[in-house]
Design a protein around this ligand. Structure first.
Ligand SMILES: *[C@@H]1O[C@H](CO)[C@@H](O)[C@H](O)[C@H]1NC(C)=O
Ligand SMILES: *[C@@H]1O[C@H](CO)[C@@H](O)[C@H](O)[C@H]1NC(C)=O
Ligand SMILES: *[C@@H]1O[C@H](CO)[C@@H](O)[C@H](O)[C@H]1NC(C)=O
Ligand SMILES: *[C@@H]1O[C@H](CO)[C@@H](O)[C@H](O)[C@H]1NC(C)=O
Ligand SMILES: *[C@@H]1O[C@H](CO)[C@@H](O)[C@H](O)[C@H]1NC(C)=O
Length: 288
């Protein structure tokens, strides 16, 4: 009786010890910083007190305009031990806007333990639009001619240039984009690690894609769902993109595994994604 009881107690205790929480990492957007995710971190703590969380505190404000690979390398350096922890329950990445592309690159380059990647209004398939950021930062350019700046070697020093996706300049994109074209395995100089990138990406179990038509910055807004313009500026969905059809980085496989969860939220402006409780309830809470 008592031996059985203590065995049961031991079992219960060990259950408590090993049933840890996933580590939640929050990656902020362009021209912002870690405090962008204070509210969601607070909601995580209310729902699951003691959940380990990290709000990335690098490349804040104007520093967020630095080349994407430079950012990814340094950010990896600070969270690599979390992303590769083999004794934890894994990681949940919650990434906003440009931060979503930082996370895409981490998923491709690190042998990670990420269970779920929650992408909040991120230009995952690239950006092509006259956003307020573009008007402020590059007042002398418009979306139709800024490729002349971005699709150069020096233009690739700027984060926005790294994922600028001008649908009428496909060949220049492939020749110059050192970041998005490489992640999509579209670059003229083929990435020798493309298969490694895909294997790493497919360590992911779930991809949560949140975006909406009233975002106002991500253009087309469907880029948050991996949609993008074709050369006549018609938005084609993920399933019709070349890199989806040839499964260049694992998206098609993940979709066939049932791992992609897409949500459209009307009425949310770009600056408000991380301030909306319903976004937390729908896109983050079920994956903690
Ligand atoms: C990430 O950081 C770790 C630890 O600093 C390093 O060993 C690894 O090579 C880095 N990986 C990439 C892809 O940068
Ligand atoms: C790895 O996970 C274990 C179990 O959750 C935790 O105790 C440890 O602190 C984690 N290590 C790192 C570097 O996050
Ligand atoms: C892209 O690069 C190739 C190979 O260097 C070159 O032949 C081609 O003209 C370039 N395309 C453009 C639009 O510059
Ligand atoms: C873009 O897609 C639309 C709708 O499928 C199609 O009518 C149009 O021809 C396409 N444009 C190009 C350049 O492929
Ligand atoms: C990337 O593209 C190259 C050239 O087309 C191809 O050989 C390679 O298999 C592709 N990689 C993946 C992961 O599909």
């Amino acid at each position: 009786m008592s031996a059985a009881y203590s065995a049961l107690l031991l079992f219960a205790l060990s259950g408590i010890v090993t049933d840890g929480y996933k580590h939640v990492i929050f990656m902020h957007g362009i021209l912002a910083g870690p405090s962008e995710f204070d509210y969601f971190n607070q909601l995580v703590q209310q729902y699951r007190p003691g959940t380990p969380t990290t709000q990335v505190n690098l490349y804040n404000k104007l520093d967020s305009l630095v080349n994407m690979w430079t950012q990814v390398e340094k950010i990896n350096g600070t969270i690599h031990s979390i992303l590769t922890n083999t004794s934890s329950e894994g990681t949940v990445l919650v990434c906003f806007s440009q931060g979503g592309l930082i996370c895409r690159a981490l998923l491709a380059t690190v042998q990670h333990n990420v269970q779920t990647f929650v992408s909040l209004s991120a230009p995952l398939a690239g950006q092509f639009g006259d956003s307020i950021y573009l008007r402020l930062l590059f007042p002398n350019y418009l979306k139709d001619n800024i490729y002349k700046l971005f699709y150069t070697n020096s233009g690739q020093d700027i984060s926005i240039g790294n994922y600028w996706n001008d649908p009428k300049q496909g060949e220049l994109f492939k020749n110059f984009s050192t970041f998005l074209a490489v992640l999509n395995n579209q670059s003229s100089v083929v990435n020798p690690k493309s298969h490694e990138f895909r294997d790493n990406f497919l360590r992911l179990k779930n991809l949560v894609l949140a975006g909406g038509p009233d975002d106002g910055v991500i253009t087309p807004w469907q880029a948050s769902h991996f949609g993008m313009y074709n050369a006549s500026e018609v938005v084609l969905p993920m399933e019709q993109q070349e890199w989806y059809l040839n499964d260049a980085f694992g998206l098609k496989t993940l979709n066939f595994q049932g791992g992609i969860h897409t949500y459209t939220f009307p009425g949310i402006q770009h600056r408000h994604w991380h301030a909306e409780q319903k976004v937390f309830e729908t896109c983050i809470k079920p994956w903690l």
